[in-house]
Each structure stands twice: as structure tokens, then as C-alpha cells.
Design a protein around this ligand. Structure first.
Ligand SMILES: Cc1ncc(COP(=O)(O)O)c(C=O)c1O
Length: 375
């Protein structure tokens, strides 16, 4: 039986034409023609001064930390509920991740938890716009400013989301995006770093080009850096998708609307929220099953699979993972982060690939209700 996929892109002839053109023409003196157009259009869309196309969002977080001067013994606050890519680059630079609890409604970092995690060693916070949901950015920015803490906004999952009229990605010293194949807009693999800070942007340009100083001669390296560059074919795909971004985001919202219409009256199933003053781009439609159903997320996923439906587990708290078993601060987080440990075991991402139909969504909703009520 073919499964209804949990995620997937929406590719049209426009994307195919742009990629074919890049493959044919974006070489020699034209090697960067698609990067330039993609980066310019992206910064314009987000509302930041600068944008840099990169091979992944993980590399964008890594460069953000490096350019902010984060190093050994610094502490970086990250939400406990996120993909490990948010936190892993903290270890790449020798700093320590501190896992903060989530907010009950948005599932993003809780403002109080962020504040409680601050110590004299805290140098940055990485709020994550989880599944398209927006955290309380005003309060986070205020606290960060008061404590001289840098912000890297991890908007990997939230292109098109808004908070008080501004687009996700523009709330930090840097903002980062992912264009992995599961995302609302994709380049296959890929990422973007955005910023208003010229100093950070220029530092990232050097770091991502093997440490070659800006404008310096070829094959002459001032320091040891990294090779973080997107290919022309990826940039062409990204540009084509970005030119359709309103259509892509509207489609995600439409898919969520179908789920909401069907499931909102079901007592005990909670979907993503959209607090007033925000716009949710609903990257992943997520359902939290009340513990009263007696079902953990793994049980729900198995039962859905039996009905031909693929799904994903809500992220496991990072502090619970073997990757951080040697970290004392993770032990403390396990005790402290009550909400993360309350939400995560019961959350499932439901199919919301870009080309899913309303009939398939209705089928999934019927299956979800069947699973919950043991029909
Ligand atoms: C919250 C979050 N941060 C970072 C990343 C890393 O993105 P990439 O796979 O492009 O490195 C992802 C990827 O899914 C993510 O969901």
C-alpha cells in the first residue's frame, strides 16, 4: 500500500525551467547569476538588509554563532523541543546548549523559561518558530536586550509566518531558514542566513569561503574557514519557489484549514495555534492527543500507518536524547522542563505535503478520530 506522505514539495514547470537554465547557463562569468537574484529577492521578502544562500540551515546557524564570536564555555539557550540542528552547531563552536522549556500554547520557547536559563555565561538565544508557530518575540527581544544576549532566530520551519506584521526571520541579529525537501519552499537541500548587520554579514562571507578576506586574491586565505556554498541549480530552484511564495504559504494555510474544520470540534485533540497578532504558515500540521486517549505518539503513528498514512513524531526533548546524556545541564533540563515533557509524548505531525488533496485530508481526519476513539 502506498502511504499518504507526511511532507513533500510543489514543483511546477517554472522550477524545472529555472533549474534547466541554471544547468545550461550558470557557469563561468555567470556562475552566480541565480544566487544574486535569489538572495536579493529573499532579503526583500523577509525585510532584511542582507541574505546569504547556504548549503543548509545548519550551516547558517553555525556561521551565525561563529560571526557572533561564540566560543568555548559560552552558554547558548535553545528550546528543548526542536530538531537537533538548532543545537548541534552550539557544540561545533565548543559552547554549551542550555535547554529551555516550551510555552504551553505555541510549543515554542517559553519567555519565563528563557529568563530562568540566563546566567553570566549566556551569550545568545536561538528561539525556534516551531512548525510555523511564532514565539513571543517582543518579550524575548526585550529580555535579550536587557542582558546583552544575541538572538539567532531559527525560522527553518516558518517561511511566511508573521509576528505583528513582520515576517519570521527578521527578529534576531541573524535569522536562518531551511530549504530541505520537506519544507514549504525547497531547494532540495539548502538554507539562507538573513541579517541587518553588515559586520555579521561580512564576517560570514569570509568564513563561508575558506577564510578568504573580502576582495583578496584567489587561493589566498587569511584564516582557516569553511566551504558553505549553495549550487546554482539549487539557487535557481529557490528563486522559482520564492517567486511563488504567496501561493505556497496560502496552500499550507489551506491544508491546515481543512484539518481545522474537521478536527476542531474533537474533544482532546489540539492543533497548532495562531495567537492574535501572528500569522502561522503551518509548515507541519500537528495534533496533540490528550493523555486520556491512552495513546503515545508512537502508538498513533503505528495505527495511522496501518491505515496507509505516514506521520512524524513531535520532536523528542533534546535533553532526553543520548546525544546529550553526558551533559549535566541536560539532566537539570529533564527535571525542569515540565511542559516539554508533557507535550512531546502525545504530539504527531500529520500529512501536509504541498500537493495533498482535501479528500486525503478528510481521510486522515477520519483515521485520526478512529484511532483516538478506538473505532
Ligand atoms: C528547527 C530547525 N532548525 C534547523 C534545521 C536544519 O535545517 P537543514 O536541514 O537545512 O540544515 C531544521 C531542519 O529541518 C529545523 O527543523
Amino acid at each position: 500500500m502506498e502511504l499518504i506522505p507526511v511532507a513533500g514539495p510543489w514543483i511546477t514547470q517554472k522550477e524545472i525551467d529555472y533549474v534547466a537554465d541554471a544547468a545550461a547557463n550558470a557557469w563561468y562569468g555567470n556562475a552566480n547569476m541565480y544566487h544574486e537574484r535569489f538572495e536579493k529577492a529573499f532579503s526583500h521578502y523577509i525585510g532584511t538588509e542582507y541574505a546569504m544562500a547556504l548549503p543548509s540551515c545548519t550551516s547558517a546557524i553555525h556561521l551565525s554563532l561563529l560571526s557572533l564570536g561564540i566560543r568555548k564555555n559560552d552558554e547558548i539557550i535553545v528550546p528543548d523541543l526542536t530538531w537537533i540542528a538548532t543545537a548541534a552547531p552550539v557544540s561545533y563552536v565548543g559552547a554549551t546548549p542550555v535547554f529551555a522549556d516550551c510555552d504551553e500554547k505555541t510549543w515554542c520557547i517559553s519567555v519565563d523559561a528563557f529568563q530562568e536559563c540566563i546566567t553570566p555565561k549566556t551569550k545568545a538565544v536561538i528561539p525556534v518558530d516551531l512548525y510555523g508557530n511564532m514565539p513571543e518575540m517582543d518579550a524575548i527581544r526585550e529580555i535579550a536586550q536587557d542582558h546583552d544576549i544575541a538572538i539567532i532566530e531559527d525560522a527553518a520551519e516558518a517561511i511566511g509566518s508573521e509576528y505583528h506584521g513582520k515576517r519570521s526571520g527578521c527578529f534576531g541579529d541573524t535569522g536562518v531558514f531551511s530549504f530541505h525537501g520537506s519544507k514549504t519552499m525547497t531547494t532540495g537541500e539548502g538554507g539562507m542566513l538573513v541579517t541587518d548587520r553588515k559586520d555579521l554579514f561580512e564576517r560570514c562571507l569570509i568564513l563561508r569561503d575558506h577564510g578568504r578576506a573580502l576582495g583578496d586574491k584567489m587561493f589566498w586565505n587569511a584564516e582557516v574557514g569553511y566551504k558553505y556554498k549553495m549550487s546554482s541549480m539549487q539557487a535557481a530552484l529557490g528563486l522559482a519557489q520564492l517567486e511563488r511564495i504567496d501561493e505556497l504559504v496560502n496552500r499550507k494555510r489551506q491544508i491546515f484549514g481543512w484539518y481545522q474544520e474537521n478536527l476542531q470540534t474533537v474533544d482532546g485533540i489540539t492543533l497548532n495555534c495562531e495567537p492574535s497578532g501572528t500569522k502561522n504558515s503551518y509548515w507541519m500540521v500537528t495534533a496533540i492527543f490528550d493523555p486520556k486517549f491512552g495513546l503515545l505518539k508512537e502508538d498513533v503513528m503505528c495505527l495511522l500507518k496501518d491505515k496507509g498514512i505516514d506521520s512524524r513524531p513531535f520532536f523528542y526533548p533534546l535533553s532526553s536524547q543520548p546525544a546529550y546524556s553526558g551533559l549535566d545541564l541536560a539532566c537539570e533540563a529533564r527535571e525542569r522542563n515540565v511542559m516539554a515533557y508533557r507535550v512531546s509524548p502525545y504530539g504527531v505531525n500529520l500529512p501536509c505535503g504541498m500537493t495533498i488533496t482535501s479528500e486525503s485530508v478528510n481521510y486522515v481526519c477520519d483515521a485520526v478520530k478512529g484511532v483516538a476513539f478506538n473505532d
